[in-house]
Design a protein around this ligand. Structure first.
Ligand code: FAD
Length: 478
């Protein structure tokens, strides 16, 4: 009997990769769609020198999770495009607020001046934290909006944190858990009564943590050392991010791992010996299952036998996002260069932000923009099943108005991504602990990894898969 992975998005492919590395074969990955990569989708226009990313585009080379991805990329020998922190796309991030494009401060000098849309210098927000005690009783969780407002004031919550949350998970900061982005800051506040006060402690603690053995038995990956030395802020993959899942599939295939496409799991049951996976035309007995499915999809397949597990999985909400890629024939259209701009939700506009792809990567004389829309506010703005034309028109109109681009786009592509980003709402950490506790209590031969549980970024889903594989008992253990 084999181990099986459900889902060949990046997390499922990573689970396959780490299972192979740790246990060898036999191993099968079942994927519902006819392709690998999940939300990662690149549309190449090589003849004209540009590409469109329908999902993610950049990866951050930071921390353990960043180093882990670079180790994988090194192993796959995948060519990448680093963006150093001195690059304009790394330095310039903008907001569209109060009727204008505002450049966010990118140096310590920016802290002492008043820069729009803020009405006070940002150092005042830090003083606010320093002189505000912890007013809450010790708390398990709270929204990132309420935490930021308490510690740094309403303006920072509205114009810094809320748009950042839109940019990362298309969510509403009033609902998203503070632990999603600021777990350490929050815990330090609870312990020491302030974020800055906690920072002093954290510096000391980091030094202690550095001495703990890490993920990398043979030392940090070479690419990670290079990224640190050359101060990469982020990177993309040559010919688009979809090359990463494709390279993983190729690697797995070359090592006799079976990646079975167009094989949707419709039911998953467990018995004393292992699990049974129901496919359209077969029932497959396996020893252990790693699910890298979105939580709502896993709920659908375990619900018949484990309704209470399914109910817990369904408590992780998802949002719909519209991605509109736009191409113009000239590269002289943008007044400001940078990574892109975000629109704070207090502005009440139907777009979440615009990414300036052609400022990040060379697009051969084209201007390429990506407009993100919807997210937590999808229904409010677009209702039920909006047409592609309506979505395209809204994206074009806002780009024209905000970026003052008079030219008409030559080509654009609308992607409607249904339930694409899980929302780590208040209580998420406890929810995930309870899901894993249920699996443990019932001794189910099941592990769960992917964007629903341990972080929504590329690095997180790869590391999530690695950790789940490492938690499996070795073959010699009972
Ligand atoms: C628009 C957008 C932009 C993003 N930008 C970035 C970015 O710039 N940087 C970054 O780090 N992250 C970004 N992310 C996040 C990142 O893309 C995701 O975290 C990651 O791709 C999720 O991978 P996954 O494998 O967990 O899930 P998925 O990609 O959802 O993969 C799940 C797979 O399971 C399959 N499946 C579903 N049901 C079944 C079934 N019953 N049987 C078998 N297979 C099934 C699906 O077809 C899919 O292939 C972005 C996400 C989106 C949506």
């Amino acid at each position: 009997m084999t181990t099986a992975v459900l889902g060949a998005g990046l997390s499922g492919l990573s689970a396959g990769y780490y299972l192979l590395r740790r246990f060898g074969k036999p191993l099968t990955i079942y994927e519902a769609s006819p392709r690998v990569g999940g939300w990662i989708r690149t549309e190449g226009h090589k003849d004209r020198g540009f590409l469109f990313e329908g999902g993610p585009r950049t990866i951050r080379p930071k921390g353990v999770a960043g180093a882990n991805t670079l180790e994988l990329i090194e192993e796959l020998d995948l060519p990448i495009h680093p963006i150093p922190s001195s690059h304009v796309a790394a330095k310039n991030r903008m907001l569209y607020a109060k009727g204008q494009v505002c450049m966010l401060p990118n140096s310590p000098k920016g802290l002492i001046r008043t820069v729009p849309p803020f009405t006070k210098p940002l150092y005042r927000a830090l003083l606010h934290d320093l002189f505000t005690g912890s007013t809450l009783a010790k708390n398990e969780d709270e929204s990132i909006y309420s935490f930021t407002k308490r510690r740094f004031g309403k303006e920072i919550a509205d114009y810094a944190i809320s748009p950042m949350i839109c940019g990362i998970c298309a969510g509403d900061a009033h609902e998203i858990s503070v632990r999603f982005l600021m777990e350490t800051l929050f815990e330090n506040e609870q312990k020491y009564g302030g974020v800055l006060k906690g920072a002093f402690y954290a510096r000391f603690k980091d030094k202690v943590d550095e001495k703990k053995p890490g993920l990398f038995a043979r030392g940090e990956p070479k690419l990670f050392k290079q990224a640190t030395k050359e101060k990469w802020a982020m990177y993309g993959v040559e010919d688009g991010l979809e090359q990463l899942p494709r390279a993983m599939r190729k690697y797995l295939g070359e090592h006799d791992v079976n990646v079975q496409l167009s094989s949707k799991c419709s039911n998953l049951t467990f018995n004393g010996d292992g699990a049974r996976i129901s496919l359209r035309d077969a029932e497959v007995p396996v020893k252990h299952v790693i699910s890298a499915l979105p939580a709502h999809q896993l709920a659908a397949v375990v619900g018949a036998q484990h309704p209470s597990l399914a109910a817990q999985l369904l408590e992780i909400p998802y949002v719909d996002v519209v991605v509109v890629n736009i191409q113009y024939n000239s590269d002289q259209l943008l007044k400001h260069n940078g990574f892109g701009l975000l629109v704070p939700p207090v502005e009440k506009l139907p777009i979440l932000g615009v990414i300036f792809d052609s400022c990040c990567f060379d697009m051969a004389g084209n201007t390429i923009l990506t407009v993100m829309m919807g997210g937590r506010w999808f229904d409010q703005w677009f209702g039920n099943q909006p047409s592609q034309k309506k979505l395209r028109d809204i994206a074009h109109q806002h780009v024209r108005q905000i970026l003052q681009i008079k030219e008409e786009p030559v080509f654009s592509r609308v992607h409607m991504l249904h339930k694409c980003i899980p929302q780590y709402t208040v209580g998420h950490k406890r929810r995930v602990e309870n899901i894993r506790k249920y699996i443990k209590d019932y001794k189910l031969p099941l592990s769960v990894c992917g964007a629903a549980y341990d972080g929504v970024g590329i690095n997180d889903v790869i590391l999530s898969a690695r950790r789940q594989v490492e938690e499996l008992p070795s073959p010699s253990e009972p």
